[in-house]
Design a protein around this ligand. Structure first.
Ligand SMILES: C[S@@+](CC[C@H](N)C(=O)[O-])C[C@H]1O[C@@H](n2cnc3c(N)ncnc32)[C@H](O)[C@@H]1O
Length: 363
């Protein structure tokens, strides 16, 4: 196919001109040598000698076909003829695992859908049907549909705030949605560190695979130690794998440096895990408030401590939440020096997803 050879900074000008004149072919623009581009031309475009090309020469190259722009373009022709609105409009990708919720009316085509997605998205290794989350561990029920290399494992690596992290959506909870909250945890802990004038021991007893930790561990001198755990043994396996990588980058000594598989409410009975932390993260949104009285003993109960957590509450009871938090603090013998409750937008109309931040003080 004939391509007009133009300097790359003139590509847009010539694309526009050829499109206007009806000379542009549907193939893609080629990258040629030395900062030159090749504009693909239709057969009826004028010959090279024509003055319209202002002296630019033509080269003959294989046309580079534009890839399909949507995964449905990869479906077999018989399925492409079905109405577009039956196909799933959204999917989620974690690392190289794609998860798609399928309505009952397309499950008979689930393998064709999965294959089309795999063909369209080169970085995806496995496509799974996502049958929703279940149980206390909030783990997704996934059905692998197609794998690029035959490997049906859903263990994969993602990158968040510059840190690599092992996740496995079929074994442990992880959501990228809270990544800005994790950034805010870092900022709040940094200012609390300044307030105390020393490195902090942070406890994260619902840590999952540990996404709150890499930002904290990579901040010089922020942490003097950490306690992390989860009740789901498979989450703790991934947590251990992740923490090993992140703490190697931390450099300094961390004491304590603990990863446990246990019910967070039982930590209060272990002297190695109670009365120790300067800051406590509580991320069990459906039950955070109910668990809190059993968790506050994890904090070192002398001086000021930071409590940060997330909860789902009925919108109607939102005004009461601050009062409830103050009462829980007082029940543990502390004074709530400051209480902030902030709604995280876009959750539901009847229920609110909130972040709460308290500075607690013990005599
Ligand atoms: C909402 S997830 C949060 C995980 C992690 N912090 C994150 O942001 O990805 C809640 C975690 O708590 C764990 N979990 C549930 N009940 C628990 C309990 N009683 N004690 C400790 N962990 C628990 C679940 O397995 C899950 O990993």
């Amino acid at each position: 196919m004939r391509h007009l050879r133009v300097p790359s900074d003139q590509t847009q000008v010539w694309l526009h001109r050829c499109r206007q004149e009806g000379w542009l072919s549907k193939a893609s623009v080629l990258q040629l040598d030395e900062g030159m581009r090749g504009i693909p031309l239709q057969d009826h475009a004028p010959e090279e000698e024509d003055g319209v090309w202002q002296g630019h020469v033509m080269v003959h190259r294989e046309p580079k076909q534009q890839g399909p722009s949507h995964w449905t373009d990869q479906l077999p022709p018989a399925l492409r003829a079905l109405p577009f609105n039956i196909w799933p409009s959204a999917y989620e990708i974690q690392g190289d695992v794609l998860m798609v919720k399928l309505e009952a009316n397309v499950t008979e085509h689930q393998h064709a859908i999965a294959q089309a997605m795999l063909d369209q998205l080169p970085n995806v290794r496995i496509v799974c049907a996502d049958n929703g989350v279940s149980g206390d561990f909030r783990v997704r029920e996934l059905t692998p549909l197609v794998s690029r290399d035959g490997n049906l494992s859903t263990r994969t690596r993602i990158k968040e705030h510059g840190a690599m992290m092992w996740v496995d959506p079929s074994e442990a909870y992880f959501s990228a949605r809270l990544s800005t909250q994790r950034q805010e945890s870092l900022e709040r802990l940094q200012s609390f560190r300044q307030r105390l004038g020393r490195g902090l021991v942070v406890a994260d007893p619902y840590a999952g695979v540990g996404p709150s930790l890499p930002l904290l561990l990579s901040e010089p001198d922020l942490l003097s130690g950490y306690l992390a755990g989860d009740l789901n043994p498979k989450a703790v396996d991934l947590l251990r794998l992740n923490v090993e990588i992140w703490s190697a980058k931390h450099g300094g000594e961390l004491n304590p440096a603990l990863q446990v598989c246990d019910d967070a409410r039982a930590w209060q009975h272990d002297p190695m895990r109670s009365g120790i932390a300067d800051a406590l993260l509580v991320n069990l949104p459906h039950d955070s408030l109910a668990h809190l009285p059993d968790l506050l003993p994890i904090l070192n109960q002398s001086g000021e401590r930071l409590l940060r957590g997330w909860a789902i509450v009925e919108r109607a009871s939102l005004p009461q939440t601050k009062e409830d938090l103050i009462a829980i603090a007082e029940g543990a013998g502390a004074t709530a020096q400051s209480v902030e409750v902030e709604e995280i937008k876009g959750f539901s109309t009847t229920r609110c997803f909130i972040a709460f931040n308290l500075i607690l003080a013990w005599e």
